[in-house]
Design a protein around this ligand. Structure first.
Ligand code: API
Length: 284
């Protein structure tokens, strides 16, 4: 049988995905259990394009695991990898707990083995592990000179499996997130770039935080950034170890316990779809 350009073909590829968000931090989730990893930097960047692709703050690829219920890899929308993503971890946990009707799940990320649980009001809590406070490990320079940054006040460097620079400010409305966040992300003192959090302390149990994410820019929430902000505030003696944190997309609860930093908040499944083959062909 001969074929020509008008031969009908299936419009969708088998590569399906779920779109979810946690407080407006939005994710494309691809399930690659039982097959090879599907995502490359070029594919992540194309899917992440909000005009020509789907758009996401992070892409999460679920993988089969030898040592946890699942493994999970994260990508930013510029095609770079992220070692941790708290809100995507909560979303994937919710997806898989709904699938199996379990109330808890273990997820292995680059950061290590994480435990997530469903809460009584159907939110999801995840233990994001212990912060890394040795700057050499996260990796940042010990000889940080912040004077040349377009900000006053020393940042606190906190690793949550990814790097964060947390700045405390008196008035968060005075921050130009795009200008200052981007400048800090790309400052040469951060050799692997950094996520940047600006935090205004409202009380010992209440923080207002805005975030500029490495590789994704302004987002409405950042789970690992919220954990880093609590750790920084608590270490500076500004807050207790349990706070509520208002981010642009809603409110998270953070609790730094003996076994790690727990983060709790809502998740929302939005839709399931498949990529059109004509979208994937130019990328492969
Ligand atoms: N939104 C994510 C963080 C992504 C961090 C990423 N931008 C990086 O390069 O480290 C969260 O909920 O933790």
């Amino acid at each position: 049988m001969s074929t020509n350009q008008n031969t009908p073909r299936p419009p969708c590829s088998p590569l399906s995905f779920v779109k979810m968000h946690g407080l407006g931090n939005d994710f494309v989730i691809i399930d690659s259990r039982g097959r090879d990893a599907q995502i490359t930097p070029a594919l992540a960047k194309s899917i992440g394009d909000r005009n020509r692709g789907v758009g996401f703050d992070q892409l999460a690829e679920i993988r089969s695991s030898d040592s946890a219920d699942v493994d999970l890899d994260f990508w930013n929308n510029d095609g770079s990898r992220a070692g941790a993503c708290g809100n995507a971890t909560r979303c994937v946990a919710r997806l898989l707990m709904d699938e199996t009707l379990a109330d808890s799940i273990t997820i292995r990320t680059e950061r290590g083995l994480l435990l997530a649980k469903r809460t009584e009001n159907n939110e999801v809590s995840v233990n994001m592990g212990h912060p890394i406070l040795d700057w050499a490990q996260i990796p940042l320079s010990h000889e940080v000179d912040v004077e040349h940054l377009p900000l006053t006040g020393d940042p606190v460097a906190v690793g949550m499996g990814n790097p964060h620079a947390v700045f405390f400010v008196d008035d968060i409305t005075a921050i130009d997130l795009a200008v200052q966040g981007s400048a800090v992300e790309h400052d040469p003192i951060f050799p692997e770039r950094t996520n940047v959090e600006f935090a205004e302390i409202r009380s010992r149990s209440d923080i207002r935080m805005r975030v500029w994410e490495r590789g994704s820019g302004i987002t409405l929430a950042c789970g690992s950034g919220a954990c880093a902000t609590l750790v920084a505030a608590s270490l500076r003696g500004l807050t207790d170890k349990k706070v509520k944190m208002e981010v642009d997309g809603g409110t998270l609860t953070l609790d730094w316990r003996n076994d790690g930093v727990w983060m709790t908040g809502p998740t929302q499944r939005v839709f399931t779809a498949s990529f059109d083959t004509s979208f994937l062909e130019p990328i492969s």
